[in-house]
Design a binder for this molecule. Sequence first.
Ligand code: SAM
Length: 357
Amino acid sequence: MINEKIKKLVFDVLLNKKLTVDDFEYILTNYNEDDFEFIKSSASKIAIAIFGKRIYFRGIIEFSNICKNDCLYCGIRRSNSNCERYRLTKDEILECCEDGYNFGYRTFVLQSGEDGYFSDEVMVDVVKTIRDKYNECAITLSIGERSKESYKKLFDAGANRFLLRHEAANKELYEKIHPSFQKYENRFRCLNDLKEIGYQVGAGMMIGVPYQTNRNIAEDLYFIQEFKPHMVGIGPFIPHKDTPYKEEKAGSIELSLLCLSLVRLMLPNVLLPSTTALGSLEGNGRQEGVLHGCNVVMPNLSPMSVRKKYLLYDNKAGVDLDAKASIDTLRKQMEEIGYEVVVNRGDYKEITKLKGD
Ligand code: SAM
């Protein structure tokens, strides 16, 4: 039976009313199977009304796993001496783009650890070269925290979007899962700067990271409601064997899916990836993400030689598939649930009716 209070909160969201942290916490703590299905189907209907049964593909190029940071949950943290480090050259990055372009990708996501080699000068050159060669493609960066000036140079060089998960809206939790030199305030300063500069910005968090409570997730959802990112990345935390959290439990898929649906309800136009982490914990995880309101998937375009080295967590999905096989597999998975993959930049749009454009 549907919980009437949850139903009312869902209608409030649909009517564009803001929820409080208490409201979000109430949903996360009290939902039952029927509420879960109701929230899922509401989110899915909104996604279909706006995007149709169409899924945007982004090709992700993991160009360096060298990182000066030491996030306690992450497999490429600098203290992990078992991680075999690599850095792609500009030419190798361009080869990945060329492959991707030929397979139909129109967005390249360049992701890396915070690798000092990629100074503004080096990174601007990479971005400019991609921009000149693939004028109609979107360039998304996911390269961590930098100064506002640096973000602006990269934007002026041709980058359009930036993914930087906020990781935790609760300061205490943020400080527990990061070393003290990684500052909560700086993470949020970066997100604000990126938005001010004009990027389409992605925020987000893991579900089930150690110490996280439902109250903390409610605070994350509240932050997302207020900040209104153009993209939101949410996936379960998965332990990595060479991190301090190696013995911890993975996060819940169900709770991750519920949060994705709630984000779709709050921000109908949001670009919402069905994350690799979802697919890594459960074979059909990425399909489930789409059925819960996601509209983006990000197959891997990194060269096979480095695939197994960019491991943020154990048992990452897709490390054995080359670029062509990755997209074929995902296309098939999407077709199985009645969705079609589109070759399109898939920019964020403010208008509510996008179907058929
Ligand atoms: N360095 C960039 C940054 O900080 O945004 C991009 C790379 S970072 C590795 C990408 C994302 O991976 C992080 O924002 C984090 O949420 C996610 N991640 C890291 N370790 C994870 C884990 N053990 N389980 C699930 N996701 C993880």
